[in-house]
Design a protein around this ligand. Sequence first.
Ligand code: SF4
Length: 210
Amino acid sequence: LVASVPVKKILKILQETYPDARCALNYTTPFELLIATMLSAQSTDRQVNEITRELFKVYNTPEDFAALTPEELAPYIKACGLFKNKSRHIIATARKLVTDYGGKVPDSLEELIKLPGVGRKTANVVLSNAFSQPAIAVDTHVFRVANRLGLAASDKVEETEMQLRKIIPRNHWSQAHHWLIFHGRQVCHARRPGCPICPLQSYCHYKKID
Ligand code: SF4
């Protein structure tokens, strides 16, 4: 961790730059958000929204999905990456929700990560967006941007999450997740970060300006 990193300034600039940053997945219930987030691994949010627009018209409760076989679900989601695995995990998760949780998505990290195919990132997305709990989901953008800015200093996702939880005030956790994603998508790209136009360049040790 860069000891002198001006966290407050960085967060303020992110907030001013991305005032509308929010979850880009479409959903109407915690369960729909859980499924959309499970589908989003190695897929774009736009792809997932296209899939769920049709999928949720036909199936949108744990009971609906629990009654399917992976082969029945696969055709609906095959436009996204890893669809065979996702199909198996989604159905197994739906069945566990029905048998162990009365068909409700649990609202704690410990319970969410017990669901098949649900890791900390998915659990944190559900907690912060569907249950309004402070949480920082570390996806590929959050991981890259946070480590470039010195908000974290780790090559591990979970450690990055813990460092961000320490350095960012709790009331900003959920928004900071969205700000870092927006910044990663719009400016701080993986291969060619837009350092010359970056509003954070004075505070970034990683910046590359020719
Ligand atoms: S200066 Fe460059 S590396 Fe640093 S946050 Fe901005 S775009 Fe990313």
